[in-house]
Ligand binder design. Structure first.
Ligand SMILES: Cc1cc2nc3c(=O)[nH]c(=O)nc-3n(C[C@H](O)[C@H](O)[C@H](O)COP(=O)(O)OP(=O)(O)OC[C@H]3O[C@@H](n4cnc5c(N)ncnc54)[C@H](O)[C@@H]3O)c2cc1C
Length: 483
């Protein structure tokens, strides 16, 4: 156990964000450095529970009490080793995860949970600084060739696992750079891309091959793919976005979030000076109150928007857990992300009725009304309409599943009732030798689930190729969050 009295004597201390006026002038990560002595005493708050519910909360089954104890004992190198035992990329979850582990922390029943996510990011940051993160190339080679389609967290986790057990792994990505949503969805201020790049360097050194700019199913036919590789892992994400079919949707100035965020990320990569879709001086309305909407919000503020309003159809969430959402489930709460702290208005329980345009066909306003949930649907409240000025509308309403692309059609995979690629307990699709992981099989989800799925699908694929059972499979396809 860490400090036996830590949870009694030490109060939770989380990371601090840089001042808003400073961080809006750059694209650097928003959090300040965390003092390592303080971090060690924070780790000491862990009670090493007999039944560590944090394991249940984390899809990866992270060994949280073990690394908390090791950090408290200042044994950071061993803590890094225990962290990597269950997670290929703790820097992705340490910066981006909503931390269901903290929601399930036993201390959270009547006190503030252990700051698990901060301990995680500090361990991995220190491990990189100290040179403890080294390539782990395989000691034997199987001679089997595996194609991984898609380079988001699911594809990368699977590729690393499969390379390390000796397969020749090629990761295909249709974008011009590797990383999936980590590269072109998530803005630099949430996770700096050098975190991704150094991990890719490690993977290259281990022997994973990356081919960017290749749309599998188009640039390489399905027949070529099947002929060249012994097995295929599909990790193409849930990229089919939900649209808003209301009057005026055809006006210019209305974009999907994933049309808006990638060029902004490309500016940060140095590919261009200015994004072709820019918020400077504009009244921006973001439709959708989730993570994607918050990323649009932070981006629009950094681009110099005149105003930003974020709309959410659901009512304002409570400030504390409701009785229907008890510990250790993940609580639906009113959250103020770093982007919300930076400004803008938030409207809840509202729905867009139409977009209004000018003579040139450019959006100039958005008409909304308040809504109530009745008889299983959102109904507009009579006489509650109002018009918001809007020169740039960003649709951030989520994704409906994978694109029914030439790749999926060509392979002939089946879909489940939600339109995702169907798979069995070993993550095999209905086509033998073709596996599926991440959002493509689960539907729109989280990075931590994508990594867990990538690891588990790699285990199934390795068993298919070799008959052995050596890789860990942290989850089953049917596992769901504690909600
Ligand atoms: C804007 C945004 C912000 C988010 N923020 C967070 C967050 O803060 N925390 C969190 O936990 N989750 C977040 N998420 C969700 C998270 O990013 C996803 O759940 C996760 O990235 C899914 O990983 P994946 O590997 O399954 O797919 P993806 O990351 O979507 O990667 C799939 C890749 O496959 C490629 N691909 C598809 N088809 C082909 C093909 N035929 N040939 C070659 N390549 C192909 C795509 O181009 C894409 O790059 C966010 C999502 C969005 C959209």
């Amino acid at each position: 156990m860490a400090d036996p009295k830590g949870f009694l004597n030490t109060t939770r201390q989380g990371p601090k964000r840089r001042p808003v006026d400073l961080r809006l002038r750059d694209w650097n990560e928003v959090y300040e450095d965390f003092n390592r002595d303080t971090l060690e005493s924070q780790a000491g708050r862990c009670m090493n529970c007999g039944i560590p519910f944090c394991h249940q909360g984390c899809p990866l089954g992270n060994l949280i009490p073990e690394w908390n104890t090791l950090v408290w004992r200042k044994d950071w190198a061993d803590a890094a080793e225990r962290l990597h035992a269950t997670n290929n990329f703790p820097e992705f979850t340490g910066t981006l995860c909503p931390a269901p582990c903290e929601a399930a922390c036993v201390l959270g029943i009547n006190d503030d949970a252990v700051t698990i996510k901060q301990v995680e990011i500090e361990i991995i940051d220190r491990a990189w600084e100290e040179g403890w993160v080294e390539p782990q190339p395989p000691s034997v080679r199987t001679g089997k060739k595996v194609a991984v389609v898609g380079s988001g967290p699911a594809g990368l986790a699977a590729a690393q696992q499969l390379t390390r057990v000796g397969h020749d792994v090629v990761v295909f990505e249709r974008a011009d750079r590797i990383g999936g949503l980590l590269r072109y969805g998530i803005p630099e201020f949430k996770m700096a891309k050098h975190r991704l790049d150094r991990r890719l360097e490690q993977m290259r050194a281990e022997g994973t091959e990356f081919r960017a700019g290749v749309d599998v199913g188009v640039d390489i036919t399905v027949e070529e793919l099947r002929a060249d590789f012994d097995a295929v892992l599909l990790a193409g994400g849930a990229t089919a976005w939900r649209d808003l079919p209301v009057p005026g949707r055809e006006l210019s100035g209305i974009y999907q979030a994933m049309e808006y965020l990638p060029p902004s990320n490309k500016v940060q990569e140095g590919d261009m000076e200015r994004s072709p879709i820019h918020a400077e001086g504009k009244h921006v309305v973001i439709i959708g109150g989730g993570d994607t909407g918050a990323d649009c919000l932070g981006t629009a503020h950094r681009q110099g928007a005149a105003s930003v309003t974020q709309l959410e159809i659901m009512p304002t969430p409570p400030q504390t857990r409701s009785d229907r959402n008890p510990w250790p489930t993940y609580p639906t709460l009113y959250r103020i992300t770093s982007a919300h702290e930076e400004g803008g208005d938030r409207l809840f329980a509202v729905s867009t009725q139409e977009f209004l345009g000018d003579e040139e066909g450019q959006v100039r306003a958005l008409r909304l009304s308040e809504v109530v949930f009745e008889n299983g649907r959102f109904e507009p409240v009579p006489d509650s309409e109002q018009d918001l000025p809007c020169d740039l509308a960003l649709l951030a309403m989520g994704f409906v599943g994978p694109e029914k692309s030439k790749l999926l059609e060509g392979l002939g995979v089946d879909y489940d009732e939600r339109g995702n690629v169907a798979r069995d307990d070993a993550f095999t699709s209905t086509v033998p030798g073709v596996f599926v992981a991440g959002d493509m099989g689960r539907g729109q989800s989280l990075i931590v689930w994508a990594i867990a799925e990538g690891r588990a699908a790699a285990a199934g694929l390795d068993k298919y190729l070799t008959g052995r059972d050596v890789l860990p499979a942290p989850i089953a396809p049917t596992d769901r969050p504690l909600v």
